[in-house]
Design a protein around this ligand. Structure first.
Ligand code: NAD
Length: 481
């Protein structure tokens, strides 16, 4: 069995059950990864707690902590090819996405937050108390648990780990059991970068291990990305244990509005990318299309043509644009929802089936004639499945906004129009953490990322992530006699 727990600077054998991680393009087991049990989780949390106050971490000058993160960014770049290939094998994403989005996104994040280490400032405040100096300082929250999903394992871990370390926390990472390999490799690189023992710990395993962290009495903060269902379980676990702080990035069901004046060819290109990147396994993926009825047929025809033409194949093949879905379980979930779409009366325009080949491939799928009540319009599918409906008049923006907002989610939305007033009215009215006008849903480390409603709590990226990983202390110093 492979030993894959990293606790207090050492790789150790997990005492829990091992889990196979599978290449979704070939269905072959890549590795058997040792899992953690309760005592492993306790050890990892204890190591993080100890490291939190140790001089080799807490006593580091900001400029030296920054240097560690710059070094880690350099190491990610130095190992870019290896990391990209590993991500593609474990997750399935096309190698170009692994290189340009996952690995580059990870390195960029560490470099960006390395820059913040020396710029974490407090404020002085004009309090209404005589002869008093009042100031704030930002302190690390403490031991923070990072639980990540399987869609962009390396990049999403970096979204969390970079600001957590930049602000002086110590962490226990729990990657998805479906795709643990690049997280394990990144942890090895943190060691090579010189990050002290105990600052970064990693436990592997599934839901039970995540649950142990979310109910742990000595974890101060937990940052989670994954399904809304599990986000709620974590919230309960926090409430029932020590009320640890939570940052939650959850599900989405992003609407895409195509106005009558839109450049339909550009809209088709942008929406193809926005809905099928990583085979649609993107929380901000465009999935619900509201098209002005005057352009509906043209849009559906061109989108169907574009989807049918996407080269499907193993991620390691440079020609593949669409890789496999991540697992046989997830393939089953997508197949089931497509079946529900059919049975509820949506018109299947293209796709609709598992591809006839080895691997968990699913054909890009388009439904037209969808109604707002249909399951495929409401539930997160997390696959290359698109649903189109029409609206009648752009002057009825209020009712269009209401339809776009008729969802429990609020992560992302997009609008395709050349009319500034239309785009602004929709951007104002749609309840989503990010609204993209005439472009695909791109995360960037300088812009906030997070959701309204059941899409989550808090914002990652930019200076907003610093709020997730710090406490603000208020210091009052009375110097009057
Ligand atoms: P998931 O919720 O099944 O798993 C995510 C992580 O949670 C895994 O590490 C898993 O082991 C762990 N987990 C499972 N049960 C747990 C429990 N009871 N307590 C604690 N941890 C537990 O999600 P997934 O299937 O890996 O990812 C897909 C979901 O993630 C989709 O809903 C997607 O929208 C969402 N997502 C959101 C964002 C975002 O930024 N908002 C980004 C990517 C993915």
């Amino acid at each position: 069995m492979v030993t894959r727990l990293f606790i207090d600077g050492a790789w150790t054998e997990g005492r829990g059950a091992a889990i196979d991680t599978i290449d979704p393009a070939t269905e072959v087991v890549l590795e058997s990864v040792g899992g953690a049990d309760r005592s492993d989780v306790d050890d990892a949390v204890a190591a993080a707690r100890q490291a939190l106050g140790r001089a080799d971490w807490a006593g580091l000058l900001p400029v030296d902590r920054a240097a560690l993160l710059f070094r880690l960014a350099d190491l990610i770049e130095a190992h870019a090819d290896e990391l990209a290939e590993l991500e593609t094998r474990d997750q399935g994403q096309p190698i170009g996405i692994s290189r340009q989005v996952s690995v580059k996104g990870a390195a960029d994040h560490f470099r960006y937050y390395a820059g913040w280490v020396t710029k974490l400032q407090g404020t002085t405040n004009p309090v209404s108390f005589p002869d008093t100096l009042h100031y704030t300082r930002r302190e690390p929250v403490g031991v923070t648990a990072l639980i990540t999903p399987w869609n962009f394992p390396l990049m999403i871990l970096s979204w969390k780990l970079a600001p957590a370390l930049a602000t002086g926390n110590t962490v226990v990472i729990k990657p998805s059991e479906v795709t643990p390999l690049t997280s394990i490799r990144l942890v090895e690189l943190t060691r090579e970068a010189g990050i002290p023992d105990g600052v970064v710990n990693l436990v592997t395993g599934g839901a039970e291990v995540g649950a142990l962290l979310s109910s742990h009495m000595d974890v101060d903060h937990l940052s989670y990305t994954g399904s809304t269902h599990v986000g709620k379980l974590i919230t309960h676990a926090s409430a029932d244990s020590n009320l640890k702080r939570l940052t939650l990035e959850l599900g989405g069901k992003a609407p895409s509005v195509i106005a009558a004046d839109a450049d339909v060819d550009a809209a088709v290109r942008g929406n193809l990318m926005g809905s099928t990147l990583n085979s649609g396994q993107v929380c901000a993926a465009y999935t619900r299309f509201y098209v002005d009825r005057k352009r509906e047929q043209e849009f559906v025809d061109k989108l169907a043509g574009g989807l049918a033409g996407l080269p499907l194949g193993p991620g390691l093949d440079e020609a593949s644009v669409l890789g496999p879905l991540v697992s046989s379980k997830h393939l089953g979930h997508v197949e089931r929802l497509v079946e529900v779409g059919r049975s509820e009366g949506a018109e299947l325009v293209t796709g609709g089936h598992r591809a006839d080949r080895v691997g968990y491939f699913f054909e890009p799928t388009l439904f037209a004639g969808v109604t707002d009540e249909m399951t495929i319009m409401r539930e997160e599918i997390f696959g290359p499945v698109l649903a189109v409906t029409a609206y009648d008049d752009i002057d009825e923006l209020d009712s269009l906004i209401a339809r776009a907002n008729d969802t429990e989610y609020g992560l992302a939305a997009t609008v395709w129009t050349n009319d500034i007033a239309t785009s602004q009215r929709l951007a104002d009215g749609i309840k989503a953490g990010a609204v993209f006008v005439n472009m695909p849903p791109i995360p960037d480390m300088t812009a906030p990322w997070g959701g309204y409603k059941a899409s989550g709590w808090g914002r990652e990226m930019g200076p907003w992530a610093l709020d997730c990983y710090t406490e603000t202390k208020s210091v009052w110093l009375h110097y009057g006699r």
